[in-house]
Design a protein around this ligand. Structure first.
Ligand SMILES: NC(=O)c1ccc[n+]([C@@H]2O[C@H](COP(=O)([O-])OP(=O)(O)OC[C@H]3O[C@@H](n4cnc5c(N)ncnc54)[C@H](OP(=O)(O)O)[C@@H]3O)[C@@H](O)[C@H]2O)c1
Length: 377
């Protein structure tokens, strides 16, 4: 199967113009929604050359046939997965479980792998049968992976060859709650998270539930209990709590409910937690968030007194790599409501993956990701 290198109109050479060789990056599973966003970001990235991108269904076709927004951005054509050649870094954006079936081949292709599926997110192999219904076929490989949230694991990502992605809802919930758990400010039980997500979170494969007359206008609770992202959220918040000296035998009891809403992109997690110290005030909570995220390039604190945009709303983040976080203290109880929102395909998947790549490579973390979302859209 032949493949064109970068498009003439993309103006890409093998070096960056200052004598540095571009990183040769390929994508396994490039015809899906996350693959499309990876392409949009990587084609514009100043230090990257997109080498190959796979699709079984569209092998031999131009990538703009799956991603019409990329017309004139590249003349790359999809190749089938078996035509992948060695590269410097491989992104895997295949459905969970499917990449594992090809793992021996995929991992032999590149020294660096960023797997955006769920296949390498959980540290304990025993969590896979519990949450995914299958035994992990390569539990030893889990040890080589770092959970790919730079805000929590920047130093480990910088030294890693293998980085996972995050669940999109998990990313929002973890970013929203992590500063509180890191300081042991909230009870471990209950941690109640209401996640609302748009249709692109389900991927590009059509399904009866995603058919437009069925999906449009919904407020459809999809998983009231048992959502798989629960495992990642408990894993990461549990590690933060354990670092404060909390017993590892009492990890946070995360209760996640996922509801499909009438949007294409974006998700919001509304998290209900309970302060240990009733004397804590809003300004104390502000201080905690500012200390945790004040210097983070992609996390914005959003809490306004007036106007339409008082708390995080994914609508204003479409296409950007931001995660917005806000909160409110219930004056009648110890309940603290934390609201976190992001674009599921960006900070929830591809954008966060590119941010991890930048960290891994020792490049400026924001490179190729500095744009704002669209407003209005
Ligand atoms: N969508 C989100 O918001 C989101 C957020 C965070 C993480 N993720 C994760 O990212 C991954 C990709 O998600 P997505 O939404 O982009 O899914 P998608 O739209 O369904 O795309 C899946 C991609 O994998 C390829 N593929 C499927 N089965 C394959 C197989 N057996 N062998 C080789 N290639 C195969 C598909 O192409 P062909 O069928 O043409 O080969 C397609 O390119 C998933 O693991 C998902 O859980 C998604």
């Amino acid at each position: 199967m032949t493949m064109l290198a970068a498009a003439p109109d993309a103006g890409r050479g093998a070096d960056t113009g200052d004598g540095q060789r571009r990183l040769k990056v390929s994508i396994a599973g490039g015809s899906g929604y996350v693959g499309g966003e990876l392409l949009r970001l990587l084609l514009a990235h100043p230090r990257v050359e997109v080498a190959q991108v796979t699709s079984r269904r569209l092998a031999g076709r131009f990538v703009h046939q799956a991603h019409p927004n990329l017309r004139r951005q590249t003349m790359l054509q999809f190749v089938p997965p078996e035509a992948l050649e060695p590269c410097d870094l491989l992104f895997v954006s295949m459905p969970h479980g499917e990449g594992l079936k090809l793992a021996e081949t995929l991992f032999a292709l590149a020294p660096r792998v960023i797997d955006l599926s769920a296949d390498h997110r959980l540290r304990q192999a025993g969590d896979y049968p519990l949450w995914y219904g299958w035994e992990h076929p390569a539990p030893r490989r889990l040890e080589s992976f770092v959970y790919g949230l730079p805000e929590l694991h920047r130093a480990e990502i910088a030294g890693a060859m293998h980085v996972s992605g995050t669940g999109c809802m998990a990313a929002a919930a973890i970013i929203g709650l992590w500063p509180l758990f890191r300081h042991g400010l909230v009870e471990n039980d209950p941690v109640v998270i209401e996640g609302k997500f748009g249709s692109s979170a389900g991927g590009a494969d059509p399904s009866p539930a995603g058919h437009h007359p069925e999906r449009a206008s919904v407020i459809r609770t999809y998983e009231p209990v048992g959502h798989r992202h629960t495992a990642e959220i408990a894993q990461e918040l549990g590690a933060a709590a354990a670092a404060t000296g909390a017993p590892a035998s009492f990890p946070p009891k995360v209760h996640l409910t996922a509801t499909a809403v009438d949007a294409v992109r974006g998700l919001q997690c509304c998290c209900h937690v309970f302060l240990k110290d009733p004397a804590l005030e809003e300004r104390d909570i502000w201080r905690v968030y500012r200390e945790a995220y004040g210097r983070e390039p992609f996390i914005r604190l959003v809490k306004e007194r007036h106007g339409a945009h008082r708390y995080p709303d994914p609508k204003v983040m479409a296409g950007s790599n931001y995660c917005d976080v806000g909160f409110a203290c219930d004056p009648h109880s110890r309940r603290l409501v934390v609201i976190a929102a992001l674009d599921n395909l960006m900070k929830g998947a591809a954008g966060n993956g590119v941010q991890s790549m930048n960290v891994m490579m020792g490049w400026p973390e924001v490179e190729g990701l500095t744009f704002a979302g669209l407003h209005p859209c």
